[in-house]
Design a protein around this ligand. Sequence first.
Ligand SMILES: Nc1nc2c(ncn2[C@@H]2O[C@H](COP(=O)(O)OP(=O)(O)O)[C@@H](O)[C@H]2O)c(=O)[nH]1
Ligand SMILES: Nc1ncnc2c1ncn2[C@@H]1O[C@H](COP(=O)(O)OP(=O)(O)O)[C@@H](O)[C@H]1O
Length: 223
Amino acid sequence: MALQKIFRAVIMGPPGSGKGTVSARITKSFGLTHLSSGNILRAHINAKTEFGLLMKSSIDQGQLVPDDVISRLILSELKAIGQCSWLLDGFPRTVSQAEALDSAYIVNTVINLNVPFQTIKDRLTSRWTHLPSGRVYNTDFNPPKVPGLDDVTGEPLVQRDDDTPETVTRRLKAYETQTEPVLEYYRSKGVLETFSGTETNKIWPDVEALLYRKLSLINQKVA
Ligand SMILES: Nc1nc2c(ncn2[C@@H]2O[C@H](COP(=O)(O)OP(=O)(O)O)[C@@H](O)[C@H]2O)c(=O)[nH]1
Ligand SMILES: Nc1ncnc2c1ncn2[C@@H]1O[C@H](COP(=O)(O)OP(=O)(O)O)[C@@H](O)[C@H]1O
């Protein structure tokens, strides 16, 4: 059997652009391990760890948590999952975080979901989340089978404390000032792949085609 080379990808885009939704499809189709910084932070908050309690107020106010804290957390999670192909979602969100990631790993591809801010605002107020798994639903786009309950576990869904209209506006501002420069950072390295649109179902076939291409190329090299 041919050796499988490790493939490391990042998915970026403004809050609500569909990173979680597309990541779930990538995981299902390509078997990459999905690591979401937001899900990891919310798991800490949910478990009421000291760290989670410390970070909760920044997150609820729509501000980014400090670079050194999140970089240490994510790099240690990546170390823990070991030698496997992964998809990072929500990290890096600043150039300093991108540099921290670069110091430890080579990122093969960065998928950038470019979705207009107005589309996002409408989506986030109707987002429902299953906190333990990070599965997301939407009252219009992909409603759960039973309203208010997760399809897989039957557990309750919640609306995130930071999905209020005012906080979404603040998160979009933070994205513009702190995260957009990361796109330039990866563009200059030649790894940025941008997908523009207002519907995930229209964006997805292009993302899927790109990953088929990248993964077959990377595996040919070691075959
Ligand atoms: N109306 C609509 N909602 C979508 C679409 N794609 C994703 N969503 C919903 O939009 C919300 C944000 O998507 P999510 O994947 O959580 O975005 P993330 O914040 O970038 O991870 C969720 O409620 C999704 O179910 C779409 O094409 N149309
Ligand atoms: N890489 C990061 N750097 C700083 N803060 C982060 C990072 N990832 C997540 N957070 C914090 O967690 C919140 C939620 O993140 P996430 O679930 O990725 O949200 P979104 O749906 O807005 O993309 C962010 O608004 C921020 O406060």
